[in-house]
Every structure is written in structure tokens, then in C-alpha cells.
Unconditional design. Structure first.
Length: 159
């Protein structure tokens, strides 16, 4: 049996028992059926991504094959002019949606600006930011884009 948990609207994952099924459902994955054993899962992920998903699926009894679906590459040219604009004008807030965005932003060596705030999508990204000495002014309690946006609005006192 092959079931998958991916970024589509109807994510699917294997589970070994009702307790595990409930845990998977909490992670917004739909459990189709409880496999006897050895469910095969292809985990397409970013190069260098944390291995949480494959480890958790293996704990559920899945046989996991991993595929590098993409690589996060730092910007080498200022095609949009955003880097230069940040250098000269700064920003009110910089948002980070992953550890790699924080690492690549830091690698740009951009100047500090007074009053700038920094927002993180969640605790893993925040930890990376702290390691890089980037302050965390906002951390989304719900670790997705809508959660980050809601946290930023709340930070600025907007409904």
C-alpha cells in the first residue's frame, strides 16, 4: 500500500493504530486506512531540510524513500532592486518563513537599521535567527503563512 503526506489539500499518511491516526489527523493529514505493515512513502523535500517527517513516518512503520525536490539557493543578483532599497531605506519588518531565509538574508551582510523588527514563522526559524544574532520580535504561534500574517497584524495592533 502506498499513501502519501504532501502539501496538497488532501494530505494522506500511513498510520499503525487509532492513536497514531488521531496524531496524524491533528497534523492535517487524512488517514485512509491502517496498513498491516511496511507502507511505502516517498518523502519529497528540500535539500538540507530537517528529517522530522521521515523519522516520524518510520516510527509509524513506513518505509521511507527521500527525494530532493528542490534546493534553496541564495540570491546572487539584485534583480528586483530590493537589496539596494533595503540598504538605503531599511524596512519596518523583515519576515522569515524558514531557517534558510534567515541564513541567506544574514549572508547578504546588509546593514542594521534603527527600529527594524524581525518576524519568524515558528520556533525552528526563531532558533536559527537567534544563532545568527537576529532578534525575534514576532513568532507565529501557528506556523504557517496565515499564522505569521496574523501575528504581524497583532504586533502592529491591527485586527
Amino acid at each position: 500500500m502506498k499513501q502519501h503526506c504532501n502539501n496538497t489539500a488532501h494530505r494522506r499518511a500511513p498510520s499503525l493504530d487509532d492513536a497514531r491516526s488521531a496524531q496524524v489527523k491533528l497534523r492535517r493529514c487524512e488517514v485512509d486506512e491502517v496498513p498491516d505493515d511496511d507502507a511505502a512513502v516517498e518523502a519529497a523535500r528540500a535539500e538540507g531540510a530537517r528529517d522530522v517527517l521521515p523519522i516520524e513516518l518510520e516510527k509509524l512503520g513506513a518505509i521511507v524513500d527521500e527525494t530532493i525536490a528542490y534546493r534553496t539557493v541564495p540570491e546572487t543578483e539584485d534583480v528586483s532592486g530590493g537589496i539596494e532599497r533595503y540598504r538605503t531605506e531599511g524596512a519596518d519588518m523583515v519576515t522569515f518563513t524558514s531557517s534558510s531565509t534567515a541564513e541567506n538574508f544574514h549572508a547578504l551582510g546588509l546593514p542594521d537599521h534603527d527600529g527594524i523588527r524581525f518576524a519568524s514563522i515558528g520556533p525552528v526559524t526563531s532558533k536559527t535567527m537567534q544563532t545568527l544574532k537576529i532578534p525575534v520580535d514576532v513568532e507565529a504561534p501557528v506556523h504557517d503563512i496565515p499564522g505569521l500574517v496574523a501575528s504581524i497584524l497583532k504586533f502592529y495592533g491591527k485586527p
